[in-house]
Design a protein. Structure first.
Ligand SMILES: C[S@@+](CC[C@H](N)C(=O)[O-])C[C@H]1O[C@@H](n2cnc3c(N)ncnc32)[C@H](O)[C@@H]1O
Length: 223
C-alpha cells in the first residue's frame, strides 16, 4: 500500500473525522451541499448509490431518505464508519480505500459520489483509485466528482501532521476521466472552497468544483 493511503487508513482518517464531526450533518440553512443539489436539479432518482470517502455517511443518509435507495459508503476512518453505523443504520458502511474498494467484481452503482477525497490520495495509487471508482460506475450511470479545480496542478504539505510527509494535490480530476471518452460532462458548479460561496473571482487554488459526469462505454465516440 502507498504510504499516504496507509496513514489515512491507520489514523489520519480518524483524526479528520474527530476534527470535523460537528460539520458532518445536512444543513437546512445557508450552506448548499453541491452533490445533493446536482442530484435534485438533474432529477437523478438513483436506485443504488456508492460514496467513496463518505466519512460517517451523513450525505448518503440524506440521499437514502429522499430517494428510498440502497446506499453503500466506503471510508478509511474506522471511527467515522462506526459512528455512522450507529447513527444511520440504513446504510451499508464499509472500511476501505479508493485504491482497493471493498466491492465484489459484479457490484455496480447507478450513482457514485467522490467528494473532496482525491486530493488526499497518494500519487502512487491515484490511477488505480480512478480505475477502482470507474469499475463501480454502471454503464449509463453517473459520477459526481467534487474537488479543487486549479489552473495548474499544485502540491501542498498537509499541515495537520509534521511527523510524516503527507501532501494534498489539487488537480482537475474530472479531466482525466473525460479524456478517456468514457465520461462526459453533464453539469459543473465552481465555487470558492474557503468561503463555500458561488463566486466569479475566486483564486485558482481556492476554486472548488462539483461535477456531474455521465458514463457510457460507447456513446461518446464519433461514429
Ligand atoms: C475532506 S473529507 C470529505 C468527506 C466527505 N466526502 C464530504 O464530502 O463531506 C475526505 C474524506 O476522504 C477520506 N479519505 C482519505 N483518503 C482516502 C482514500 N485514499 N480513499 C478513500 N477515502 C479517503 C477521509 O478519511 C475523509 O473522510
Amino acid at each position: 500500500m502507498a504510504k499516504q493511503d496507509d496513514v489515512f487508513l491507520a489514523d489520519e482518517g480518524d483524526a479528520w473525522f474527530k476534527r470535523n464531526r460537528s460539520y458532518l450533518v445536512e444543513t437546512t440553512s445557508t450552506k448548499t451541499d453541491y452533490p445533493l443539489a446536482l442530484i435534485a436539479q438533474y432529477n437523478l432518482h438513483p436506485k443504488k448509490v456508492l460514496e467513496v470517502g463518505c466519512s460517517n455517511g451523513w450525505r448518503l443518509d440524506a440521499i437514502r431518505r429522499r430517494y428510498d435507495c440502497t446506499c453503500v459508503g466506503i471510508e478509511p476512518s474506522e471511527a467515522a464508519a462506526l459512528a455512522g453505523r450507529e447513527r444511520f443504520p440504513g446504510l451499508d458502511l464499509r472500511i476501505g480505500l479508493a485504491s482497493r474498494l471493498p466491492c465484489p467484481p459484479d457490484e455496480s452503482f447507478d450513482l457514485v459520489i467522490v467528494n473532496f477525497v482525491l486530493h488526499w490520495v497518494d500519487r502512487k495509487t491515484l490511477l488505480v483509485s480512478l480505475a477502482e471508482i470507474d469499475r463501480t460506475v454502471a454503464d449509463g450511470g453517473y459520477l459526481i466528482l467534487g474537488d479543487f479545480l486549479p489552473d495548474w496542478p499544485k502540491r501542498n504539505r498537509y499541515h495537520h501532521r509534521d511527523d510524516v510527509e503527507l501532501y494534498t494535490y489539487k488537480l482537475d480530476y474530472a479531466a482525466i476521466l473525460q479524456s478517456t471518452a468514457l465520461y462526459t460532462n453533464v453539469a459543473r458548479i465552481t465555487f470558492d472552497h474557503d468561503q463555500h460561496a458561488l463566486s466569479g473571482d475566486v483564486g485558482s487554488y481556492e476554486r472548488g468544483v462539483c461535477q456531474l459526469l455521465r458514463k457510457s462505454t460507447s456513446e461518446f465516440y464519433q461514429l
